[in-house]
Design a protein around this ligand. Structure first.
Ligand code: ATP
Ligand code: MG
Length: 424
């Protein structure tokens, strides 16, 4: 029995209306990123699996249970569909020696894959717009990335709140971790299963638990900020100072941890209450150890990623007008009318107009119905008489005051230039 073919669960088709909004969003984001000197980079969607287990961390949700990993059937290589963009970016920077001489500001846009339970704002194929700055020890670049996002939200007309924290350095986290484990061990019996499993592998992540009892236990747990040294505090204070100077409001959330192991010092999230449980629209932070951990020279770095689907939920309808300017209707014996129609359409496109050339034949009447339905302001008609006159009949479809006119083909784009605005 043949089964209906459907897209993979959690992986969605993006139909034209939505695709147009995404293109628009990507254009706005690229403009904003470029205004801060970020340049585009595109890395493969598939990477060697060890890249992610080394970069993101073995004991993270992503590596433990969310990756689409498979073995290349031809050469046995373990491969993974990228669950995020930072690891691939760092790999490319190392592979091509990009960070050897300079500092770098890079951005990417593209599909990411995580095997999660699909729900609103959470998909198995989703899209991120991300940025990574390599070679900057901060705190200036950390704050700059946050400002960049604040600017983007303003330009898009969305309102998000900023939460920030410092994860300190790994020695500081180690001391905290020791005390945290000791505290959690005392409450081990009451912790949920996930938290118990993470107790020794990744106790900081227990703060992220959605389980109420676990959360209540976490409320009295030792907090990381108390373990940070002077340098970490100073770094964080500088980030907050720049944000204050620039008038970007924030709240410090000492319990914020990120789901990826590579972060240190500054971490941040932009959050909304309008999307239910999936409220984090963008997240990022500093990852000074990652490049070295992946085999590169020590290179401090900071980055963020925006969840495109979540952001799109918040962005109002865009008002781009996709209707054509002109619809070309043509009919006639032989190829004369068709040849002229193609020539007229190409000429008008050269002049910047958006033109639909009627394809598929049919009577003038049925073609005119299509022209009307297309939303175009003008139809141009080419039949036997027009071929003989090397001209086209220009027919206004909306402006009833305006008369139809026979216009020489050579004058056609000039004719439109006089009274209509181009959309392209
Ligand atoms: P969450 O806590 O919601 O699972 P995360 O910490 O796993 O998020 P990151 O890895 O920091 O997310 O990714 C950055 C952003 O990408 C998130 O803030 C979110 O907007 C988006 N994102 C992450 N996972 C998904 C997904 N499965 N579907 C849609 N968007 C996602
Ligand atoms: Mg997640």
């Amino acid at each position: 029995m043949s089964q209906k073919l459907q897209s993979v669960r959690g992986m969605n088709d993006i139909l034209p209306d939505d695709a147009l909004r995404r293109e628009w969003l990507e254009t706005q984001a690229a403009k904003c990123l470029r205004s801060y000197g970020y340049l585009p980079i595109q890395t493969p969607i598939v990477e060697p699996t060890p890249l992610f287990s080394r970069a993101i961390g073995e004991a993270t949700d992503i590596v433990e249970k969310e990756m689409y990993s498979f073995t290349d059937a031809l050469n046995g290589e373990p491969l993974t569909l990228r669950p995020e963009g930072t690891a691939g970016c760092a790999r490319a920077v190392i592979q091509h020696g990009l960070a050897n001489q300079h500092t770098l500001r890079l951005y990417y846009m593209g599909a990411m894959f995580r095997h999660e339970r699909p729900q609103k704002g959470r998909y198995r194929q989703f899209h991120q717009i991300g940025a990574e700055a390599f070679g900057f020890p901060g705190p200036d670049v950390d704050a700059e990335q946050i400002l960049l996002l604040a600017r983007l939200w303003k330009e898009l007309g969305v309102s998000l709140t900023l939460s920030i924290n410092s994860l300190g350095q790994s020695e500081e986290r180690t001391r905290h971790r020791k005390d945290l484990i000791a505290y959690l061990e005392k409450h081990e019996a009451s912790l949920d299963e996930d938290a118990r499993r993470r107790l020794y592998s990744n106790p900081l992540r227990i703060f992220d638990s959605k389980n109420q009892t676990t959360q209540a236990i976490c409320a009295d747990a030792p907090e990381l900020p108390a373990y940070l040294g002077e340098a970490s505090h100073a770094h964080f204070a500088d980030v907050t100072l720049i944000l204050q100077d620039e008038g970007v409001p924030f709240t410090v959330n000492p319990r914020m941890v990120r789901g990826l192991d590579y972060y240190n010092l500054t971490v941040f999230e932009w959050i909304t209450n309008d999307l239910g449980a999936q409220g984090t629209v963008a997240a990022g932070g500093r990852y000074d150890g990652l490049v070295e951990q992946l085999g590169g020279k020590p290179t401090p770095a900071c980055g963020f990623a925006i969840g495109v689907e979540r952001l799109l939920e918040l962005v109002g309808q865009n008002n781009t007008d996709e209707t054509p300017d002109i619809y070309v209707v043509h009919q006639g014996e032989g190829e004369g009318a068709r040849t002229l129609a193609f020539r007229a359409a190409e000429q008008l496109r050269d002049a910047g107009y958006r033109v639909i050339l009627h394809c598929g034949g049919g009577s003038f009447k049925s073609q005119m119905k299509k022209a009307d339905g297309s939303g175009a302001n003008y139809a141009i008609l080419i039949g036997g008489d027009e071929v003989a006159a090397k001209a086209a009949l220009v027919k206004p479809l909306r402006d009833k005051e305006r008369e139809q006119e026979l216009v020489k083909l050579a004058d056609l784009s000039h004719h439109f230039n006089n009274f209509t605005h181009r959309k392209n």
